[in-house]
Design a protein around this ligand. Structure first.
Ligand SMILES: [Cu+2]
Length: 270
């Protein structure tokens, strides 16, 4: 009991001493100058790298890459060339009266035509990023813009971008989801995943006409192969890739993995 109490007060004391300096906390170090530049005409000048549906905040996130960033090949993700620019356009998804995203025919979120997007931009140049000090992510700098070119997140406030992008890791040069592009993953919200040699969930119930997206979230290849001979077969799906099927006819559809025949799954269409 006594020991527990001492531990707690020691912890509080530790936190208190940080706040007792009598000054506003210094924000984490960041660049003071915008060395990125607003990506004018990005929708026409840049290539789409991936489109990601965010179910939690109901956004369509379209990530564009300039030619330098698009030149990166699978297996070289640890080193984007200097001059690489990635633009993530975050756009509110079209929603029904209950706030549920309204999918298009292929099951993807749609952009709400009444909404205004924000542009998150990261750019890599020689010796960029040093201003982030201990939060530095290689040679990238970050800014977020509104469409009129003003800053939503100015350079001096961009340390949080670097701090979070650290999670993407050096092996991917601090870019989170380029694997979607390399693996032809669609970025749709998955209805089922393949993980540890298993279809999760093993049985899925959908309404006739539904589009079902399967995502291979495993580290190796699997297939989705109809148990019915001559039926659908995805062929080898790399880890990180996804595939979508439309189920129009009611019934029970059983499938397996052709590489690991003990892997089985079912879709029940009502
Ligand atoms: Cu398999």
């Amino acid at each position: 009991m006594r020991r527990g109490r001492i531990t707690v007060s020691a912890l509080l004391f530790g936190l208190g001493s940080v706040g007792s300096l009598g000054q506003a906390p210094t924000p984490p170090a960041a660049p003071t100058e915008d060395r990125i530049g607003f990506p004018t005409d990005y929708q026409n000048r840049l290539n789409v790298l991936y489109v990601f549906d965010r179910p939690d905040n109901k956004q369509v996130r379209t990530v564009y890459a300039n030619d330098a960033a698009s030149s990166v090949k699978f297996g070289q993700q640890f080193n984007y060339p200097y001059g690489s620019i990635l633009v993530m356009e975050t756009w509110r998804a079209l929603q029904d009266a209950n706030g549920n995203p309204i999918p298009d025919e292929s099951g993807r979120f749609q952009k709400d035509p009444r909404a205004v997007p924000t542009l998150f931009v990261m750019r890599k140049e020689r010796e960029f990023g040093e201003a982030y000090e201990q939060n530095r992510t290689g040679e990238w700098e970050y800014v977020a813009y509104r469409l009129d070119g003003t800053h939503q997140t100015a350079p001096r406030n961009s340390a949080n971008c670097a701090i979070c992008h650290k999670q993407a890791g050096q092996g991917k040069d601090w870019v989170f989801r380029a694997a979607l592009h390399f693996n032809q993953g669609s970025g749709a919200v998955p209805d089922a995943v393949i993980k540890n040699y298993r279809f999760v969930p093993g049985s899925l119930r959908v309404k006739a006409g539904s589009v079902v997206t399967f995502y291979n979230d495993d580290v190796i290849e699997h297939t989705i192969t109809d148990d019915f001979e001559g039926g659908a077969d995805t062929g080898r799906l790399r880890g990180g890739s996804s595939v979508a099927f439309q189920f129009s006819v009611p019934g029970e559809f059983k499938f397996h993995c052709a590489i690991h025949p003990a892997m089985h799954g079912t879709v029940v269409v009502e």
